[in-house]
Design a binder for this molecule. Structure first.
Ligand code: PEP
Ligand code: MG
Length: 596
């Protein structure tokens, strides 16, 4: 099988040091050692089959192979979109995987073992791989030795598909690890211990994807698009991730190491200086108070809301409750988690978004069918309305948690008024049931708000404002859907532009509709957490910004230097522009002239 190794996309800076240029999606500097994600072996059960069980087992194996082919096909499609030798390198590797999955000795051998040795499929995969690898090793050939890793990787993929056990991807991770991976899913990121992992570098992924958002929340420096690095880097090799400049440096020279240690120390000093802002109010120069809220991905982050001086939680992404498990969380389990968070917020509001699974956020517990176009498929509120076994327990848990402090309910991916009225009807039904069961519920029930993140919803904001108690503008998806740019795809990351006039007009239209209807409106997409956009958003009339906790201090610093009258004037000039480059210049010029 032709698999000529290509030189990795690296610039040689010294004998050993290799510098890979990618896209920085989470700022900061990590200095640690390489840890390859997804190379860990999965525990393999072994058992004997009855004669009658052989056919079913061969079928189960065929399904696992089919799933692996589909997974690799998906990676191949992404690799094709990568440019130059980076895509080519990955393409060769994935072609090789694909050949191994289609009628190769590996697949035939496993099938034969199931029938002849009457053992389960995962044990048969492990035995077959062991035999192939032992044969290669005996030949003492460097090329074949490299192929052994490929065969093991394919075997692990098959075993993972067969066992369907929630794999524990970081169980063997050493301290000071920098994770190198083809791709890191949001579900795996949720399992990361940020005290152990210092940074991440992946081949695939985009700046607005959920993994990148989580990395920013966890303050983990992250770079995507570092293809060649996977090929040469062994576990334990010293490495630097520069998430600000988008660099991955393997085996850094002593000079580079010392330079980066100095830079990291400076960043830590800056962070400490910013932390002093925690206690000062978020108020503009002309005395207007701005509400800065937190976006949370994980319940463990809730204490940081208080310590970082946020006014509350503007967006709790509830997906974490459904990730890395095979069953749905029941009402009591959700209630316990949410009530704990409400209590820890000590009177600050908690805005709980109902499940927003789909696209890059999938949970096996939901047993979702493959969607031909997941970003446009049965996801978020559409899924919840179809699956009352998901929606009702979640609403019930939220209502019960609301007995412990202020709670708001937020509905994701709303596109029509009827979706809101259907959820309200469901909420009333659930509330009646809970009251009958003797639960104390707040009176009135918590406000029900909607995400404005679909262009159609923004354009229908007037009508939606009659049904919603508040709006939260999700600029991540609003940008994705307005510009038809997949937010998770690094191949089109350069086209993902929240300053596109179409996106800005939708934000403006939505904000004005909310102000007319006298309902609160916030921004909770990534735009809210970038100080660059603060003058524009405030100038458009936004007063509530919800962001990852890590960004609160920097945004507060910017808010305190803004004069609202001037920001409003600049926003009007910006809204007359048709070119996003010019818009960017006008914004940067405004920011550059702000008093420090
Ligand atoms: C958004 O789309 O802007 C948003 C906040 O939701 P998420 O990033 O979870 O899709
Ligand atoms: Mg969204």
């Amino acid at each position: 099988m032709p698999h000529t190794p290509h030189p990795p996309a690296a610039v040689l800076a010294s004998d050993q040091e290799r510098v890979f240029h990618g896209l920085g999606v989470s700022p900061g500097i990590a200095i640690g050692v390489v840890f390859h994600h997804n190379t860990g072996t999965v525990a393999v059960p072994e058992y004997c089959l009855t004669r009658d069980g052989i056919k079913a087992e061969r079928h189960r194996f065929a399904e696992a192979v089919e799933a692996a082919v589909a997974q690799v096909e998906m990676l191949q499609a992404k690799a094709r979109a990568l440019s130059g030798s980076v895509g080519e390198e990955l393409g060769y590797l994935l072609d090789a995987y694909q050949q191994m999955l289609q009628g190769s000795r590996l697949v035939r051998g496993v099938d034969r073992r199931i029938s002849e040795e009457r053992i389960n499929a995962e044990a048969a995969v492990q035995k077959e791989i062991g035999q192939i690898v032992a044969g290669f090793a005996a030949m003492d050939d460097a090329y074949l030795a490299a192929r052994m890793d490929d065969i093991r990787e394919v075997g692990q993929r098959l075993i993972r598909n067969l066992t369907r056990t929630p794999h524990k991807p970081f169980s063997t991770m050493p301290p000071h690890a920098v994770i190198l991976a083809e791709e890191l899913s949001p579900a795996d990121t949720a399992l990361l211990d940020p005290r152990q992992a210092l940074g991440v570098a992946t081949v695939l992924g985009g700046a607005a994807g959920h993994t990148a958002i989580m990395a920013r929340s966890l303050e983990l420096p992250m770079v995507v698009g570092t293809t060649g690095a996977l090929v040469g880097a062994k576990n334990g090799v010293p490495v630097i991730v520069d998430g600000t400049a988008g660099l991955l440096i393997l085996d850094p020279s002593p000079e580079t190491l010392s330079l980066y240690r100095t830079r990291r120390a400076e960043l830590l000093r800056q962070r400490r200086r910013l932390h002093r802002l925690v206690k000062v109010p978020a108020i503009t120069r002309d005395g207007v108070s701005i509400t800065l809220l937190a976006n949370l991905e994980l319940p463990s982050e809730v204490s940081s809301v208080v310590t970082n001086g946020a006014a509350g939680v503007g967006l709790l992404r509830s997906e974490f409750m459904y990730m890395n498990r095979d069953t749905l969380p029941d009402e009591d389990e959700q209630y316990a988690l949410l009530a704990g968070m409400v209590r820890k917020l000590e009177g600050r509001p908690l805005t709980i978004r109902t499940l927003d699974c789909g696209s890059d956020k999938l949970a096996p517990a939901l047993g979702l069918l493959h969607s031909p176009n997941p970003a446009l498929g049965l996801r978020a509120i559409r899924l919840s309305l179809k699956r009352r076994d998901i929606l009702e327990p979640q609403l019930a848990a939220i209502l019960r948690a609301a007995a412990h402090g202020p709670v708001r309910i937020l509905l994701p991916m709303i596109s029509t008024v009827s979706e809101v009225t259907e959820v309200r009807a469901c909420l009333d039904k659930v509330a009646k049931r809970l009251t009958a069961q003797g639960h104390a519920l707040p009176d009135p029930l918590p406000p029900v708000g909607i995400m404005i993140e679909i262009p159609g919803a923004a354009l229908a904001a007037d009508a939606l404002a009659l049904q919603a108690d508040f709006f939260a503008i999700g600029t991540n998806d609003l940008t994705q859907y307005t510009l038809a740019i997949d937010r998770t795809d690094e191949a089109v990351a350069g086209l993902y532009d929240p300053l596109h006039p179409a996106v800005l007009r939708l934000i403006q239209f939505t904000t004005e509709a909310a102000l007319r209807a006298r309902i609160p409106v916030s921004i909770c997409g990534e735009m809210a957490g970038d100080p660059r956009y603060a003058p524009l958003l405030l100038g458009l009339g936004i007063r509530d910004l919800s962001m990852s906790v890590a960004n609160l201090a920097r945004v507060k610093q910017r808010v305190r230097s803004i004069d609202l009258v001037a920001a409003n004037r600049r926003a009007r000039i910006i809204m007359d522009q048709s070119d996003s480059t010019r818009i960017g210049q006008l914004l940067d010029d405004f920011n550059a002239h702000l008093a420090p």
